[in-house]
Design a protein around this ligand. Structure first.
Ligand code: ADP
Ligand code: MG
Length: 238
């Protein structure tokens, strides 16, 4: 399960309204990409969903249940951070197990989850290494593994590939798409990169200054952009 609905969600920092009231539904199992130029509010919107920022108004529901006032750990969502957030002194196994520390589950269950994540991510042979002994792509996979073990209702990604070089970015893009195919879990993915949006998304949400300009499949947006901003951003012929 991983249906997320935003009902008139808004966010202001002081007097500055960064997200005007906005409605959005993310369906269970969907790969949704928030795309738009730098500063348009993508990270803020994702952080509101994650519970890392409080809304200034409106309601968030996750699988029908009110989540607006729940702390991040109670929302059943997992934010995927960039690979530099790994603990360098811990093995890959320990890094991936870390989010389960407080979960109060048996050691067997933890091991089962970590082994499953490692298998899905092709990290089984690397569990005893430390992050410093891995490639950039492998480190990013460990960071994703930390989200997988929590078996979240949805994965939240904030520009996870922006620190990787161009070649690695293409590979990781495919890996994340494959992961979505395999797990079929809702993914909400923030990027300013049109190519990532067009190739990965089931549904693209185009943001400008906190407003949703258009929501649709990559093909919808390409064929029938609602305005010049969307057309320009998506790269439609005009
Ligand atoms: P994006 O991720 O699309 O680049 P952000 O969501 O990070 O955009 O930022 C949207 C706007 O909100 C920007 O103008 C940014 O300066 C502002 N903003 C973000 N976080 C804060 C904060 N904690 N305090 C004040 N302003 C913020
Ligand atoms: Mg951002």
């Amino acid at each position: 399960m991983g249906r997320i609905t935003l009902d008139k969600v808004r966010k202001a920092f002081g007097d500055t309204e960064v997200i005007p009231p906005l409605d959005l539904t993310i369906e269970d199992g969907e790969f949704v990409v928030f795309v738009g130029p730098s500063g348009c509010g993508k990270s803020t919107l994702l952080r509101l969903i994650a519970g890392l920022e409080d809304v200034s108004g409106g309601e968030i529901r996750i699988d029908g249940k009110p989540a607006t006032d729940l702390p991040p750990a109670k929302r059943g969502l997992a934010m995927v951070f960039q690979s530099y957030a790994l603990y360098p002194h811990m093995t890959v196994r320990k890094n991936i197990t870390f989010p389960l520390k407080m979960a109060g589950m048996s050691e067997e269950e933890k091991k089962r989850r970590v082994d499953h994540a490692a298998e899905v991510l092709n990290l089984t042979d690397y569990l005893d290494r430390r992050p410093g002994q891995l490639s950039g792509g492998q480190r990013q996979r460990v960071a994703i593994g930390r989200a997988i073990v929590r078996e979240p209702a949805a994965f939240l990604f904030d520009e996870p590939l922006s620190n990787l070089d161009a070649a690695l970015r293409v590979g990781m893009r495919l890996e994340i798409s494959e992961l979505h195919e395999r797990l079929k879990t809702t993914m909400v993915y923030v990027t300013h990169d049109q190519v990532e949006a067009m190739t990965m998304a089931d549904k693209i949400v185009v943001l400008r200054a906190g407003n949703i300009e258009q929501v649709g499949s990559p093909l919808d947006l390409y064929r029938t952009p609602r305005n010049l901003f969307v057309a320009g951003f998506i790269g439609s012929p005009t």
